[in-house]
Design a protein around this ligand. Structure first.
Ligand code: SAM
Length: 261
């Protein structure tokens, strides 16, 4: 592609992504906490606070398998909703809220559904689990108020297609937000981070998940992912306005955002 990051052959990539997430689904939460030192929780909080969720909204969280982002959005809406309800005495708005969790891997969705039960969201009608591909979403044009994708776009085969789909399903005024592992440029921090990525992460993967290869793949896929600037350009090329990004922990992760006008 014109972005020059396509090193793995396409069908190989899709297959690899499938295998990776089937094999890691069960040890997934523990690995996330270990690899990020628990920071992924704060990063997801930040993503949701940027989204500014509201009661009655239609939201799509893509690659959302384990429900981590969706639960936070729902919690945030319930807090806002309860406050609003005290003022306007209307709980219909809350009932209309729909958070769609879309993931290509049914194993991840099952982990998410199980976690929803554990968190007391089991019979919550606002959560809708959908098996589907970020590149070909099963949602109508202009149907969503918001779109999030956390640690997911890096695994998508054609990133431009996923961005075009995000733009298509959003309403005018809808917001796109993407949380992803990104690139560190600070001189000494970069060396430390490289050591951590290439030595510590695969070793952790082997130790905890019994799967060095999947975590090796994770590190390499972060390497191949476009820089913050390049990715911002791709988002703008998909038709989004007001594209910007925020680096967290010196660029270990970045949150990109865009608006559909
Ligand atoms: N968003 C969750 C989080 O932050 O904890 C899960 C992130 S997990 C690292 C990446 C997810 O992307 C996996 O559940 C995987 O099945 C999903 N995925 C990979 N390719 C996808 C695609 N083309 N469409 C939808 N989901 C995809």
């Amino acid at each position: 592609t014109s972005f020059g990051y396509k090193e793995v052959r396409e069908e190989e990539k899709s297959q690899m992504v499938g295998n990776v997430f089937t094999s890691v689904a069960s040890s997934y939460d523990l690995m996330n906490d270990l690899m990020s030192g628990g920071l992924h929780r704060l990063w997801k909080e930040r993503l949701v606070s940027k989204l500014n969720p509201f009661p009655g909204m239609k939201h799509l969280d893509v690659a959302g398998g384990t429900g981590d982002v969706a639960f936070r959005i729902l919690e945030s809406i319930n807090n806002v909703g309860r406050r609003a309800m005290r003022d306007i005495h209307d709980d219909n708005v809350l009932d209309e809220t729909q958070i769609f969790v879309c993931d290509i891997n049914p194993n991840m969705l099952n982990v998410g559904k199980k976690r929803a039960q554990e968190r007391g969201f089991g019979d919550n009608k606002s959560l809708v689990w959908v098996e589907g591909d970020a590149e070909a979403l099963k949602f109508e044009d202009g149907s969503m108020d918001g779109y999030t994708i956390a640690f997911g776009i890096r695994n998508v085969t054609h990133i431009e297609k996923a961005l075009a789909e995000a733009h298509r399903v959003l309403k005018r005024g809808g917001r796109f937000l993407c949380l992803e592992l990104s690139h560190v440029e600070l001189p000494i921090f970069k060396d430390l981070y490289d050591y951590y990525s290439f030595s510590v992460i695969p070793a952790l993967g082997e130790l905890v998940a019994g799967d060095r290869e999947s975590y090796q793949y994770l590190v390499e896929s972060v390497r191949r992912f476009p820089s913050q600037e390049k990715f911002a350009k791709m988002i703008a090329e998909a038709g989004f306005d007001k594209v910007e990004y925020e680096n967290l922990v010196g660029g270990v992760v970045a949150i990109h955002s865009g608006l559909k006008f």
